[in-house]
Design a protein around this ligand. Structure first.
Ligand SMILES: Cc1cc2nc3c(=O)[nH]c(=O)nc-3n(C[C@H](O)[C@H](O)[C@H](O)COP(=O)(O)OP(=O)(O)OC[C@H]3O[C@@H](n4cnc5c(N)ncnc54)[C@H](O)[C@@H]3O)c2cc1C
Length: 424
């Protein structure tokens, strides 16, 4: 893998002091709004939302030498944030989508670099195994995309799957795709550690609940809280995950719909190491109608399993997070088929989280149509976490005017959920 952007920026930052002293820091004089915000005591950038997208964006901008304030109403990767879970899968098997394959691969380098910087593991290289009901041309296309990027990948027929992982029931599985260098990111811990690193690098963090922004001008001057206190900056980035529709009801609205997702952790038998991270990879079962996925027992939390089916729409502020007996029964029925030795094991823990779904599963990252200095980043849609480093870099490039916008992420490319049905 190439050197990480953080490592390259370490080198850039060491040169930055010299360049700044000489008054030649790129972009420093090309931002009149920035000068205005500085004069009034504001920041170059305020990033609202300290989930994975906001934290990586704030970190990247700070590493490029800008003054950045990161704010969150409840704190980094708190228990109701989409980034507040225990683990998130990183994989490059992406149904042949070249952009997300590349972003996941590049992000892995950054996650490794962050892990090294922190000196504590935030990534477990368990491998990631996709289980498919049939061998298809799309699988081969996806593998070809990964091989072109030098991503280690193996295609395995069912007998080889059975030999390597006898603890998996392979009923209905024809082929597997194993990505040995992928695995599990420690979600909550990595985001919280990243925010600490951001502050240690000179960034500012404040707990602050931002009210839906208002401005009669063509730009935003400040964000305010419900009690009227204001924070000024030259640029604003809103990375508020499932809260984006509440902050921007007109612009985002039902372009992002949060849905309830139940997650279960089961306790393997005492002394049974077959479901630990050295014996079992993280896995995704594409054979079930609603895609099940899970993780081995990592750091003693238990064997994690969840269903990727979008649950009912979910208000992240108002709803209690209690799993239902029905969801638990469904998961046990699935375990009986795929991981029979876990089907009757006790439930060790359960969580309710929410996806923040765009209509087509693509990220939503764009400039606010009315305010030239305001950007929106979200729409992780159940697969966004791994891309945190790539999102941070992409947003930083866009707001600094050095990046090319990806059409699939634009507001205009995202329909409002239910729009098509209403029209027909
Ligand atoms: C159960 C589950 C499993 C998942 N599995 C995977 C996986 O395996 N792999 C993967 O890559 N992705 C996965 N995802 C998706 C991924 O976790 C999310 O896409 C990602 O975490 C979204 O991050 P975010 O920064 O956009 O949002 P969040 O993490 O929700 O962060 C938004 C932040 O904005 C703050 N905020 C909101 N409103 C305000 C306000 N008014 N003022 C101040 N702060 C505010 C919130 O407090 C919050 O901290 C999964 C998601 C879930 C729920």
């Amino acid at each position: 893998m190439r050197g990480s952007e953080s490592e390259r920026e370490d080198r850039a930052v060491s040169r930055r002091g010299v360049l700044a002293a000489a008054g030649v820091l790129a972009g420093a004089s090309s931002m009149p709004a920035r000068a205005r915000a500085r004069a009034s005591g504001g920041w170059d950038f305020i990033v609202v939302g300290a989930g994975v997208f906001g934290a990586w964006t704030a970190w990247t901008l700070r590493r490029r030498g800008h003054s950045v304030l990161l704010v969150d109403a409840w704190g980094a990767a708190h228990s109701r944030a989409s980034s507040g879970g225990e683990t998130r899968l990183i994989r490059t098997e992406y149904a042949g989508n070249a952009l997300y394959t590349r972003w996941a691969w590049e992000s892995l380098t950054e996650w490794h670099a962050l892990s090294k910087r922190l000196g504590s593991p935030i990534f477990h290289e368990t491998g990631a195994l996709y289980l498919y009901p049939a061998d298809t041309a799309q699988i081969d296309r996806s593998i070809a995309i990964q091989r072109a990027l030098d991503i280690p990948i193996e295609k395995l027929a069912a007998p080889e799957l059975a030999r390597r992982w006898p603890q998996i029931g392979l009923d209905g599985i024809a082929v597997g795709v194993m990505q040995p260098t992928m695995g599990a990111l420690m979600a909550r811990r990595s985001v919280q550690a990243l925010v600490e690193a951001f502050v240690a690098a000179g960034g500012s963090f404040r707990q602050f609940a931002v009210a839906p922004p208002r401005s009669a001008r063509a730009a935003l001057d400040a964000v305010t809280s419900a009690d009227g206190s204001a924070l000024e900056a030259s640029h604003f980035i809103f990375a508020c995950g499932p809260w984006l529709p509440k902050l921007f009801p007109d612009v985002v609205g039902a372009r992002i719909v949060p849905t309830r997702q139940d997650v279960f952790f089961f306790a393997p038998k005492a002394g049974d190491g077959r479901f630990g991270g050295t014996k079992l990879p993280a896995w995704v079962d594409v054979s079930s109608e609603d895609l099940h996925y899970g993780f081995p027992d990592i750091e003693g939390r238990g064997f994690k399993i969840a269903l990727d089916r979008h649950g009912p729409s979910f208000d992240p502020d108002r709803f209690d997070r209690r799993i239902t007996d029905r969801a638990l029964a469904e998961v046990r029925a699935y375990l009986a088929r795929r991981f029979p030795d876990l089907a009757r094991r006790p439930l060790a823990e359960a969580r309710v989280c929410q996806y923040e779904n765009s209509d087509n599963g693509h990220l939503l990252i764009d400039r606010h149509p009315g305010w030239s200095n305001c950007w929106i980043a979200g729409g992780g849609s159940g697969h966004g976490f791994k891309h945190g480093p790539a999102v941070g870099r992409y947003v930083a490039d866009l707001v600094l005017g050095t990046g090319r916008a990806e059409p699939a992420f634009a507001l205009a490319a995202h329909r409002i959920h239910g729009e098509a049905e209403e029209r027909s």
